[in-house]
Design a protein around this ligand. Structure first.
Ligand code: IPM
Ligand code: MG
Length: 360
């Protein structure tokens, strides 16, 4: 039996405690399906800085390189310590460098409102009648994130410039991921850009339309990013798959992550062209609640499900895990962040226990 090796990077704050549970649950899934998995821990973020003086040490990169997938927790420290060297640039140094090192160009961020948790969604009931179940596919290696960055002084005045560029190959790659994703869902792609203003967006729109030629079974619509932000609040039920550039995707995916009612529910995947990927919760390290055993492990657990699905091609395993999470929510087990009305309040570990119970 082939063993899948998983680099486990818990990081900071609640990262290690939700990761512990995700590893336990992932191991239980593997056992049930008679799969062999090996977990190897590495340091990243502030915890790596304490040991190595950097946020993403070479040892961690090497560990990831020798693994089949990266399960990532979260990094970063308390806001009032942001000025300390340990935390300065921590998130960007850790996560942007990993994206770049492993060419993780396609970011998949689902957002769905579980019927059982409707109360947690900040939108009105009548807006939720159609349900919310969408996926944002965000390009991760282009745009202003990795373009030229300069600051200069001229005539005593300060200036700054970030260059945002795209090649047609970069756009084509995520467009294909979006159409393939839509094919397994409801068959609709909304391509989001600012083609009324930006050259990169005009190229984006052209290339997405060209790639659409290979996917005539999928419905494609274009939408301007400002309108998309408005539509996500007024009528999120219209969306199936949204595909967009790096910066727009960053902003829209935070908006979408607010809809389920807690950041503790939403996983994400970042994939390269070969299917290798990094899987992480959408939320941050939440240092304010770290170490208290109350963080919601579901986003981390569902990140493991995405790892099964996208990097290992273990569809049944991913389905079983997602179903177990849904059943646990159905049975009204709630960590503090999703305790909206009735329900049984549970700790981080108890939530994972209930999910494992429902796997059997
Ligand atoms: C995200 C984060 C990162 C990004 C930051 C930490 C650099 O906001 O993953 O969305 O902007 O991509
Ligand atoms: Mg972001």
């Amino acid at each position: 039996m082939q063993t899948k090796s998983i680099a486990v990077l818990g990081g900071d704050g609640v990262g290690p405690e939700v990761m512990r549970e995700a590893v336990r649950v992932a191991a239980a899934v593997a056992e049930r399906f008679q799969r062999s998995v090996r977990f190897s821990e590495g340091l990243v973020g502030g915890s790596a800085f304490d040991e190595y003086g950097e946020h993403l040490p070479q040892a961690t990169i090497d560990l990831c390189r020798s693994s089949d997938a990266i399960l990532f927790g979260s990094v970063g420290g308390p806001v009032n310590q942001a000025h300390l060297p340990k935390w300065r640039g921590c998130e960007a140094n850790s996560i942007l460098a990993l994206r770049k090192s492993f060419a993780l160009a396609a970011n998949i961020r689902p957002a769905r409102v579980y019927q059982q948790l409707r109360k947690g969604c900040p939108l009105k009931d009548e807006i939720l009648s159609e349900g919310v179940d969408l996926v944002i596919i965000r390009e991760l290696l282009g745009d202003v994130y990795f373009g030229e960055k300069v600051t200069w002084i001229d005539g005593g005045r300060r200036y700054a410039r970030d260059v945002g560029a795209y090649s047609e190959d970069q756009i084509a790659m995520v467009a294909r991921v979006a159409f393939e994703t839509a094919r397994k869902r409801r068959g609709k792609v909304t391509s989001v850009d600012k083609a009324n203003v930006m050259q990169t967006s005009k190229l984006w729109r052209d290339v997405v339309r060209e790639i659409h030629g290979d996917y005539s079974d999928i419905l494609l619509e274009d939408m301007l990013v400002d309108n998309c932000a408005l539509q996500l609040v007024k009528n999120p039920g219209q969306f199936d798959v949204i595909v967009t550039s790096n910066l727009f995707g960053d902003i829209l995916s935070d908006l979408a992550a607010a809809l389920p009612g807690s950041l503790g529910l939403t996983p994400s995947a970042s994939l390269n062209a070969a299917g290798f990927g990094l899987f992480e919760p959408s939320g941050g390290s939440a240092p304010d609640i770290a170490g208290r055993g109350i963080a919601n492990p579901i986003a981390q657990i569902l990140s493991a499900a995405m790892m099964f699905r996208f990097s290992f091609d273990w569809k049944d395993e991913a389905d079983a895990l997602e179903r177990a999470v849904e059943m646990t929510l159905q049975d009204e087990y709630r960590t503090a962040d999703i305790f909206f009305e009735a329900g049984r309040k549970v700790s981080t570990t108890e939530m994972a226990d209930h999910i494992i119970e429902r796997l059997r």
